[in-house]
Design a protein around this ligand. Structure first.
Ligand code: TRP
Length: 460
């Protein structure tokens, strides 16, 4: 490696928190969380989600930010330098490489779905959902995703916006974008919840989210909750490690991580409170799966007596903002690695890396249309009906993320000494908080993650 590349640092704690919350709050909160909650029976799932997030997701988030700050470089060189400094096994280097590559691959398809959100802002704005019947909403979505040209257009636009932000660098690109977008996102969300509270379906929506029906809980509910928690908190795929690398020593990582996890969970719950009242007001199905946002909600917007187009526009704008601030954090890890490795100007680096992710994303674009019958892993007898998009999403969220989460908890809990991590977190090794964190890191997190992993692999 050449002499160490020096990265910019966050201007202040607020900028860092906005960027990290921006990373965490994304399609995972507003698209995935509501439909997964719907599919898993509502309240009981939410309770389990909150508990596993606090017990497993939050400690790993702390570890990831800590590891990032210890190294101060891209995840690849951060992990390599810690391994060298403490003479640890080379196996840990998988955390750096695996997570950066994983983030890059997630970015490739995240951008495709982000493009859908952009497209739906326009559709809402043009009053496109007015009077839509369920069939019409289904075929609108089907025709849109069925068109490779349309998906490519919106994927390109989404990635272009993302690259434009990231190439501006930490202060002029990322910080400026997130400090404007995150407050906007919050306002939009509150407005949506207030609207939801005025609808006839609010109490039913509320009960759906918060009435605990334990008859629907199975072992799988826990596994789904842990997996969703990882994705939602942006852990295990380099984003938080990269953001931690830009963090000054005087910022408290445990406190910041607590704020990030709290905000992320709050947004997911508020998104549920914005969405389900509409679903129930118009007698629609809460268990609509991935189509909940893109098919079910447009029907609700279309049925509103007044304000449907406005509300639809605001909702999909909210979704778009959430997606962009997350996509930034999926692009930044590979960009920071490339900055250290290639020696080009940041703008060139961001365009090359973002362009490459755009290109890889075309495979996901075609998964919904021209290649919708191509199941890449079927010849191996795996995931028989999975398109390239499905296979990438499945292998990353169910295999790569748990593997990295597991390695990360073992790295922070076992490979690094107690004193080294206490110093890195700026905590006393004898304090209650530190001991609780280290216990979760050494025992509960690895066992919890290992169980998702095994169950997913066994259940296929
Ligand atoms: N957390 C984001 C969401 O909820 C997705 C995301 C952004 C992410 N960066 C990440 C997930 C890094 C894992 C790792 O949509």
């Amino acid at each position: 490696m050449r002499e160490t590349f020096v990265h910019d640092h966050w201007s202040n704690r607020f900028a860092f928190i906005m960027a990290a919350v921006g990373s965490a709050v994304g399609l995972g909160n507003i698209w995935r969380f509501p439909y997964i909650t719907g599919e898993n029976g509502g309240g009981a799932f939410i309770l389990i989600y909150v508990v596993t997030t606090i017990a497993i997701g939050l400690p790993i988030l702390i570890a990831e930010l800590m590891i990032g700050r210890m190294g101060g470089q891209s995840p690849v060189n951060t992990v390599n330098s810690i391994v060298d400094r403490f003479r640890l096994s080379a196996i840990w280097k998988l955390i750096g490489w695996g997570s950066v590559i994983g983030a890059f691959v997630v970015l490739s398809y995240y951008s495709v779905i982000g493009g859908w959100a952009f497209r739906y802002v326009l559709a809402g704005f043009m009053g496109g959902f007015s009077g839509m019947t369920p069939d019409a909403a289904g075929s609108f979505f089907g025709e849109f995703t069925g068109s490779a040209a349309q998906l490519t257009f919106w994927h390109t636009l989404f990635m272009a916006v993302n690259i434009t932000i990231v190439l501006g660098g930490l202060k002029f690109g990322i910080e400026r974008a997130v400090t404007v977008m995150m407050p906007l996102l919050f306002l939009l969300l509150v407005a949506m919840v207030i609207y939801g509270a005025t609808t006839a379906g609010f109490s039913e929506g509320f009960a759906f989210l918060f009435d605990f029906d334990f008859s629907k809980v199975t072992a799988n509910t826990f596994l789904t909750a842990i997996g969703q928690g990882f994705f939602s908190l942006s852990v295990a795929l380099a984003a938080m490690m990269t953001y931690g690398a830009y963090l000054d020593r005087d910022v408290s990582i445990p406190r910041s991580a607590g704020i990030i996890a709290f905000a992320d969970t709050l947004v997911a719950l508020l998104a549920g409170l914005a969405i389900f009242p509409l679903v129930f007001t118009f007698a629609l199905e809460p268990s609509g799966g991935p189509g909940l946002i893109f098919v079910t909600l447009p029907i609700a917007f279309g049925k509103m007596a007044a304000g449907g187009p406005l509300l639809a526009t605001l909702f999909f704008l909210l979704l778009s903002v959430a997606a962009i601030t997350s996509a930034i954090s999926l692009l930044e890890p590979a960009v920071s690695w490339a900055e250290e490795s290639w020696g080009f100007r940041r703008s060139v680096t961001a365009m090359i890396v973002g362009g490459a992710a755009w290109f890889v994303g075309l495979a996901s674009v075609f998964s919904f249309n021209d290649w919708s019958g191509f199941f890449p892993l079927a010849p191996l007898g795996l995931l028989e009906n999975a398109t390239i998009f499905d296979a990438l999403d499945y292998s990353i969220t169910n295999i790569l993320m748990p593997t990295i989460g597991l390695l990360m908890s073992l790295f922070a809990g076992w490979a690094l000494s107690r004193d080294a991590v206490a110093e890195a977190l700026d905590l006393s090794p004898f304090g209650l908080g530190f001991r609780a964190w280290r216990f979760l890191m050494r025992y509960l997190a690895p066992l919890g993650v290992l169980s998702i992993f095994i169950a997913n692999v066994v259940a296929g």
